[in-house]
Write a protein that binds this ligand. Structure first.
Ligand code: AMP
Ligand code: MN
Ligand code: MN
Ligand code: MN
Length: 280
């Protein structure tokens, strides 16, 4: 069992997806920042886990193998963390491999859309930024467009081109919530709804999402995250308490220069929260 008061960060990215640090360098940063327990949760891949686990063992940090699965629910993209998954579990690993192929196809469509909007083609550069070309995503395109001088920083690229309704945004069908839950559960992991305040859902839809998540066996939501404002954190603390759900904490760190929140620096869980790690 992990005691409540440990410095725990259960959401971060390495160069295996759209983070910039290698898994080993990410673990070194976590250790330098005083983390005692960390999860690596790359988008739709388990590729960074073995390197990170080895580094964590070298540095005396407890390592939780994780993943952040992209999901389409009611037309909106959601992110579902799987914490404590077995990287060898065949159902999860196989499903993620298929998702990676569809990511590769989406990259070509994104490039076409950006070119149609009058921007230069940056597909090859974006692929170059992705450690694994099949894990190419919007962040890699954003970095490439900044390097080309099209925008000053990656937030600007997202705001002008890469968010829903903008010219470089490609609608994509990710996994269904029920499938992603089943993959994570089959791999022995705990599903956690990531940064719930970030989704553009009506109150009714938000309620329906939590209901469905619970029906599928979901017991935990991210309350404290680098992607939430202080108000969001308070709101989801209340929701977690109301719904009797466990709470998670994670920085959602991607890069020393791009991320708002460093590894291990998300606010502590608010009082009254039931930490998801207390059950491990
Ligand atoms: P993808 O899975 O390729 O659609 O990329 C999603 C990733 O893009 C997220 O995990 C974030 O790292 C990044 N991202 C999404 N929306 C934004 C935004 N509005 N501003 C900055 N980064 C974003
Ligand atoms: Mn990301
Ligand atoms: Mn996310
Ligand atoms: Mn994330």
């Amino acid at each position: 069992m992990v005691p409540h008061d440990r410095n725990v960060d259960l959401h971060m990215h390495s160069s295996a997806s759209d983070g910039v640090l290698s898994p080993r360098d990410l673990v070194a940063r976590a250790a330098a920042n005083g983390l005692e327990v960390m999860a690596l949760t790359d988008h739709d891949t388990l590729d960074g886990l073995s390197e990170a686990a080895e580094a964590a063992s070298d540095l005396g940090i407890r390592f939780v193998p994780g993943v952040e699965v992209s999901v389409t629910w009611a037309g909106e993209t959601l992110h579902l963390l799987g914490l404590g998954v077995d990287p060898q579990a065949p159902l999860l690993a196989g499903a993620l491999r298929e998702m990676q192929h569809s990511r590769g196809q989406r990259a070509q469509q994104m490039d076409d859309a950006l070119v149609a909007a009058g921007l230069p083609s940056v597909l090859s550069q974006a692929l170059g930024y992705a450690g694994n070309p099949l894990l190419v995503g919007r962040t890699h395109f954003a970095r490439a467009l900044v390097a080309r001088g099209v925008c000053g920083h990656i937030q600007e690229v997202f705001d002008r081109y890469l968010t829903p309704g903008k010219p470089g945004y490609v609608v994509h069908n990710w996994a269904r919530l029920s499938e992603a839950m089943a993959w994570i559960q089959d791999a022995g992991g705990t599903p956690v709804l990531a940064h719930p305040a970030r989704y553009r859902l009506s109150e009714t839809a938000r309620w329906a999402l939590l209901q469905e998540f619970r029906t599928l066996g979901g017991q935990a939501i991210e309350v404290s995250t680098g992607s939430h404002s202080r108000e969001d954190t308070r709101r989801y603390q209340q929701i977690a308490l109301q719904w009797g759900m466990r709470a998670s904490r994670g920085s959602d760190f991607h890069s020393p220069t791009e991320s708002r929140c460093d590894v291990g620096r998300a606010p502590p869980l608010p009082d009254g929260c039931d930490p998801v790690w207390a059950y491990w």
